[in-house]
Design a protein around this ligand. Structure first.
Ligand code: BGC
Length: 365
């Protein structure tokens, strides 16, 4: 007994000492090499990114600090300033608002820091050096293709939802989805149930950013499940019975898709629904297993983290990072490294998410 206690006390002291050392930085004096700033802790998506970063840090000799902006661009700016003061050389940043983040990255740039936009592009500034991202247009196209593959046609009701207009990805997702859905809307197989702006543009194969803005303005969830739920309720209250029955729903991500699915499931005039998502949130994996959400687009965060960290290390070691393309951010072309995505539904959830070791199957029912 006593011996065990002694050993665990020693372990505890060692662990505390370890934490202290980590907090001070591997090179002492609180210096940090790479700063990571993530948008919010309120969504599983970003909590998972943090966790995957922490796992990746075991393999690096560099000091990395991760901060969260809690949806606030002011907090984000503060985080970046904190990291600047700690001497970072590279900033990896995913903004709550792509335009508003310009001030924060411009401050970093002034100090000679290399800026990597992570998953979400920072827009309308020249202070972004690199962008690591998933193929977000492909995400939207995959969601739409899933709906088309499961459609019954004959003017079947289609409910559209989008992400936050402050997130450039919301446009990329919608652009990808529209490309696939538009021909089916134009030929009458699908009928838009909840957006007069989209209905008015149904014959246009390609939309301008301004046209997409008008549609997203009507169908945005702001990435907020409460807003998604309220909108879905409003839409179903307004919908006549011919816009119910078997319906298709473009759910922009898992967090909002679950909220929307719950509303549609509760409406007795909705006979069946197909709803999309993305992120492979654990709660949505559960929904898919239970038949409450139809699909998700799996974006392997481990790959994104690896790409971001490899880029950062190349920069720290004075090498030129390899990129695979570029994205225009409204001001400049930002060199980008892009990663593919995988469609997951009941038929392959086991293979893609459990057998691959992404999640532990025993955590699910
Ligand atoms: C990300 C999605 C995420 C959404 C809401 C997007 O920029 O690409 O993975 O679900 O933001 O946080």
């Amino acid at each position: 007994m006593h011996k065990g206690f002694k050993i665990s006390a020693i372990l505890l002291v060692a662990a505390l000492f370890g934490t202290l050392l980590a907090a001070c930085g591997k090179n002492g004096g609180g210096k940090v090499d790479v700063g990571v700033v993530l948008p919010t802790k309120d969504e599983q998506r970003w909590v998972q990114d943090e966790q995957r970063f922490r796992e990746a840090l075991d393999d690096t000799k560099y000091n990395v600090e991760i901060l969260f902006s809690q949806g606030s661009s002011a907090k984000e700016k503060e985080n970046v300033e904190t990291l600047i003061n700690k001497g970072i050389k590279v900033l990896i940043i995913c903004p709550p608002d792509g335009d508003a983040a310009a001030a924060a990255v411009e401050a970093a740039k002034k100090e000679g820091i290399t800026v990597i936009a992570y998953d979400r592009l920072i827009t309308n500034t020249d202070a972004v050096d690199y962008y690591v991202t998933f193929d977000s247009v492909a995400v939207g196209a995959a969601q739409a293709q899933y709906l088309v593959d499961h459609m019954k046609g004959g003017g079947q009701p289609l409910y559209l939802y989008a992400g936050a207009a402050s997130d450039n990805n919301a446009f990329l997702f919608f652009e990808g989805a529209w490309k696939v859905l538009q021909p089916k809307i134009a030929d009458g197989s699908l009928k838009i149930a909840n957006s007069s702006e989209a209905e008015a543009l149904k014959d246009k194969a390609e939309l301008t950013r301004e046209e997409m803005s008008r549609i997203i303005g009507q169908i945005t969830t702001n990435w907020d499940p409460n807003e998604a739920k309220n909108k879905a309720q409003t839409h179903l209250t307004a919908a006549s019975d011919d816009l119910k029955g078997d319906v298709l729903i473009l759910g922009p991500n898992d967090h909002t898709a679950r909220a929307i699915a719950d509303v549609f499931a509760a409406d007795s005039a909705v006979t069946s629904y197909v709803v999309t998502g993305q992120d492979a949130d654990k709660a949505s994996v559960e929904y898919i297993l239970d038949g409450k959400q139809s699909m998700t687009v799996f974006k392997d965060v481990r790959t994104l983290v690896k790409d971001a960290m490899n880029l950062a290390v190349d920069i720290l070691e004075g090498k030129t990072p390899t990129t695979t393309g570029s994205y225009h951010n409204g001001k400049i072309d930002v060199k980008a490294k892009q990663t593919d995505v995988i469609v997951v539904d009941q038929s392959n959830v086991k293979k893609e998410l459990f057998d691959s070791g992404y999640y532990d199957e025993s955590e699910f029912n």
